[in-house]
Design a protein around this ligand. Structure first.
Ligand SMILES: [Zn+2]
Length: 472
């Protein structure tokens, strides 16, 4: 049902088969509220949508919609031939505390209206909930996921949400249990309040802890992350599906999305975008348009940039330049930088997914030191055999030496000076300390490994600063 064709970092391009067609992931699912006329699904498809998401609970509790959906199905109800994922009402449970449907009813209802991706009624525990509440909610979620697998007999895919609040061991437990129960898609739930508060690091840790236990061959949906600013980051952490209510919600609030943040229409003089909407109007003209029409125009722009960013992320995966894209994108907000640095604690996981062979290594800042290519290189160099009793290591490439020093990699055998990664790395001359420190860590491991040999270090002042405590 899910075939991965290209990989980079923990991200991938995949083909997800649903009863209403194949979706290429990473994919963004625009959220449709069946009670509100906004941008029609036909137009969403024209703008680049390959799959939509709507709320089965809203349809279920609205009598005329419910009757119609039961008769003609959710696709005809929305007037679309695209695959449609349906949410269960969990979000309403999180926001309003209670809803008028049980798990069995809503799963059976989604089956009846021929949803392509069905979600049981999981319990979204808010962030920072105390441990026992989060655990109790999670046990109920697991019970309902088991029930859903038993009662669902449709042709669609079954999504088993991952909960556990901000307790990372519970996120792991949730993923472990869901994987045992066996779903087709794994949504990471309960992150909307975190996204709203810009607590991207907590979202990253929720995703990473779940990924340690989720099967690598199944798609992961980051439920409620619809801002284009975060797509590169969360694709790189292994998320395949995103949903966007953001395009409409931000538009209603006269806010304009970009891949590097949100602008207020009231404060804009220029549109930094060339989508059909932004070519047609200036911000000044847009502000004079009547509210309901303006919302649709802003909503369209918000979607255009969102789909554009998804395509950019996919191209980065194809080029094996996703690390580079993420490192550029996280510069948009300090909390995004902080979120990405969480990969330090999950090195083995990232390493497991990230492909070995790439073309280039662009050093774009201290976070570049966290890429698996760096540590892999350092470990690989330790395995290089040499019979020499005396080794020459030089930071000056014009000197004849057995090994050279290159930040952030450390020791590079002369014969690998033209190979990926060290030989294909573009680094600035005036480099930050982190790159040198990372290289020195590699050098120290190398010296320890060859402590029986005589090592001559030919180093310049830049290196000397970091090498004071290294024996030569
Ligand atoms: Zn635009």
């Amino acid at each position: 049902m899910f075939e991965v064709t290209d990989k980079d970092a923990m991200g991938r391009i995949g083909k997800l088969k649903t009863p209403h067609g194949v979706v290429e992931t990473p994919a963004l699912m625009p959220v449709i509220n069946p009670n509100i006329d906004f941008i029609p699904p036909k137009e969403l498809k024209r703008m680049g949508a390959e799959i939509l998401i709507t709320n089965s609970y809203i349809i279920y509790r609205t009598e005329n919609l419910r009757e119609k959906a039961e008769k003609i199905g959710v696709h005809a109800l929305l007037d679309t031939d695209l695959p449609v994922m349906t949410d269960s009402g969990s979000y309403q449970l999180l926001m309003y505390g209670e809803i008028e449907v049980n798990n069995e009813e809503i799963v059976k209802f989604q089956e009846k209206i021929k949803s392509d991706i069905v979600v049981p009624l999981d319990i979204p525990t808010p962030p920072d909930a105390d441990y026992s509440t989060a655990l109790k909610d999670l046990e109920e979620t697991i019970k309902r996921e088991k029930e859903a697998v038993e009662i669902y007999s449709g042709e669609g895919l079954l999504a088993l949400p991952i909960q556990g609040s901000t307790h990372w061991d519970l996120r792991k437990k949730s993923a472990e249990e869901a994987a045992k129960i066996g779903g087709d898609v794994y949504p990471i739930g309960g992150v909307v309040p975190l996204m709203d508060m810009y607590r991207f690091e907590d979202v990253a840790r929720a995703v990473l802890s779940a990924k340690t236990k989720l099967p690598p061959d199944k798609p992961v949906h980051l439920f409620g992350a619809g801002h284009p600013m975060v797509f590169a980051l969360f694709v790189a952490l292994g998320c395949d599906l995103f949903d966007s209510a953001a395009y409409a919600l931000f538009a209603k609030d006269d806010r304009y999305l970009t891949p590097y943040g949100t602008e207020k229409l009231s404060e804009m003089n220029y549109f930094p975008c060339s989508c059909p909407v932004c070519l047609e109007y200036t911000p000044e003209e847009m502000r004079r348009i009547e509210k309901s029409e303006r919302e649709i125009l802003l909503g369209k722009h918000n979607l255009y940039v969102s789909f554009e960013e998804i395509r950019r992320v996919k191209q980065a995966i194809k080029n094996n330049e996703l690390f580079e894209l993420v490192e550029r994108r996280i510069r948009a907000h300090p909390y995004l930088i902080q979120a990405w640095r969480a990969i330090r604690d999950y090195y083995d996981l990232v390493e497991k997914y990230d492909p070995f062979a790439k073309k280039v290594f662009f050093y774009l800042g201290t976070e570049s030191c966290l890429r698996p290519a760096v540590r892999r290189h350092q470990e690989r160099v330790l395995r290089v055999k040499t019979d020499k009793k005396e080794i020459i290591i030089s930071s000056d490439y014009s000197v004849k030496a057995d090994f050279y020093l290159k930040p952030p990699f450390g020791v590079v055998p002369a014969e690998l000076m033209e190979s990926y990664p060290a030989g294909h790395a573009e680094i600035p001359e005036d480099l930050d300390e982190e790159a040198y420190k990372t290289a020195v860590r590699g050098l120290k491991m190398f010296l320890e490994k060859h402590k029986d040999k005589k090592v001559s270090l030919i180093i310049d002042e830049k290196w000397r600063k970091f090498l004071d405590d290294v024996q030569t």
